[in-house]
Design a protein around this ligand. Structure first.
Ligand SMILES: Cc1cc2nc3c(=O)[nH]c(=O)nc-3n(C[C@H](O)[C@H](O)[C@H](O)COP(=O)(O)OP(=O)(O)OC[C@H]3O[C@@H](n4cnc5c(N)ncnc54)[C@H](O)[C@@H]3O)c2cc1C
Length: 425
């Protein structure tokens, strides 16, 4: 029997996507936002609502980027630990940066009370890949920096079946404040808010070049030229040749996901009894959760050394899932898709201004809470508001010699990380 796998994200299949935009391109605006994902739409809402004529352009159809194809998991998302940041920037800055991560989740939580994004605060089980990881997790949970505490419970291997019907992990931790959303509903809600605020949002209109002018910038597109006083680059993992400076600073990495065929809600609940998000402590991390209707498992991770099409990765993701749940060995996937996340060399998000152009990007695969939050902040910065200030302002945005946007080091790095994961380091 052939199994036709759709490469459209599961969330998109019944989403009420807007028709392609057909209105003429304005020749002049106050603010041009490039990229209509969570970042760009959140920024546009701020500037439009403040009375600045705001245009958002996206190269693809609405939701072409990560903002319609992610896993919908919401967690505290600043990757470097407080101690790592403290050694680098000092205690005050480290504290401020970590607080931004907590504030981002709090912002989305409060926004979710006003919009329809299927917010579910079920928490997350963080599985320990080795006994050593488990001991470290337990120590970290005990010694959270003051003022940065999250509600965490440690779960021993003996007790972990209350979280996951698998012996794959060596225990783990539950992050009670973690949540999930429907990625596409969040995107459409942010689109609605941007439009309600007065922004014009047009899809299928790639910006091919941006040139400085006497009073701002001109953006060249196939539909014509737009002049803008301010420009925001909100292109994250899809940052192409438009700005070589940014391209040298973000590393686009494919993240792959599958949705299993419907398994039945009882079966899924038996595997993930509390319906939480699940991630693990491997370097090459996997993440999964039940679908909103409880019938399927949505499973994601880095499936290949080099980038591949999602259909080629689908069998590999199914094998990865079956290592955790051997009884799912013969289960099929109905959907398999990919999107490009943006890593940075210091694993921090970055926002600010370069050569007069604003930017906000680099969420290292965790932009569901970070992108709406920092998008809003950069919008406020464009308005000159003090509320827009963040603890990340002014941090150097590092690049590496010989890096120009093609991550030649990715395959060897993933290979090395997999080896370290395999030996349990
Ligand atoms: C498979 C997958 C799973 C993920 N899971 C999670 C998760 O569970 N939790 C989490 O926190 N994060 C997750 N993420 C990451 C998260 O989705 C992103 O960090 C977030 O959506 C970034 O939003 P954004 O608006 O900055 O970028 P995007 O949504 O990627 O938008 C950028 C847009 O810029 C446009 N663009 C690029 N160049 C141009 C141009 N020249 N002209 C016009 N437009 C242009 C693109 O078409 C694109 O639509 C996941 C990502 C993927 C791919």
């Amino acid at each position: 029997m052939t199994n036709k796998v759709s490469i459209t994200p599961l969330w998109m299949q019944n989403a009420d996507m807007p028709p392609p935009s057909s209105q003429p391109l304005p020749s002049r605006v106050d603010v041009l936002v490039i990229g209509a994902g969570y970042t760009g739409l959140s920024a546009a809402r701020e500037t439009a609502q403040a009375g600045r004529s705001t245009l958002v352009l996206d190269a693809g159809e609405m939701g072409a980027g990560c903002s319609s194809r992610n896993g919908g998991q919401v967690a505290y998302s600043i990757k470097p630990s407080f101690h790592t940041l403290k050694a680098k920037f000092g205690a005050d800055s480290a504290f401020g940066i970590c607080r931004e991560g907590l504030d981002a989740v709090a912002y989305l939580r409060s926004l979710a009370t006003e919009i329809d994004c299927d917010w579910r605060e079920d928490g997350c089980f963080f599985g320990a890949h080795t006994a050593r990881h488990y001991r470290q997790m337990a120590r970290d949970a005990e010694n959270q920096p003051r003022g940065l505490e999250q509600r965490i419970s440690v779960v021993s291997k003996a007790d972990q079946h209350s979280e996951i019907a698998s012996d794959f992990y060596h225990g783990g931790c539950v992050y009670h404040d973690d949540a999930s959303v429907d990625p596409t509903r969040l995107l459409l809600a942010l689109l609605g808010r941007a439009r309600d605020g007065g922004a014009r949002v047009m899809d299928r209109c790639p910006v091919g070049a941006i040139n400085p002018t006497r009073d701002g910038f001109e953006a060249l597109t196939p539909r014509g030229v737009v002049h803008a006083r301010q420009v925001l680059l909100a292109t994250n993992g899809y940052s192409g040749p438009l700005s070589p400076w940014h391209r040298r600073r973000v590393i686009p990495i494919g993240s792959y996901q599958i949705a299993t065929e419907p398994l039945g809600a009882d079966r899924v609940r038996a595997l993930i009894p509390r319906g939480r998000n699940i991630v693990d402590s491997r370097r090459v991390v996997v993440y999964f959760r039940p679908s909103a209707d409880g019938e399927r498992i949505i499973f994601g991770g880095r499936a290949a050394l080099a980038e591949k099409d999602p259909l080629a990765c689908e069998p590999r993701l199914r094998r990865m899932l079956a290592r955790i749940f051997p009884e799912l060995k013969s289960v099929r996937a109905s959907h398999a898709w990919v999107g490009w996340v943006a890593y940075t060399f210091d694993t921090l998000p970055h926002l600010g201004q370069h050569d007069g152009m604003y930017y906000c990007m680099g969420y290292c695969g965790q932009g569901v809470p970070l992108a709406p939050y920092f998008g809003r902040r950069i919008g406020q910065q464009m308005l000159g508001l003090k509320e827009g200030r963040t603890a990340l302002d002014g941090l150097p945005f590092p690049s590496r010699p010989y890096y120009h946007g093609k991550p030649w080091f990715l395959a060897p790095s993933v290979f090395a990380y997999r080896l370290l994961d395999a030996v349990g380091f």
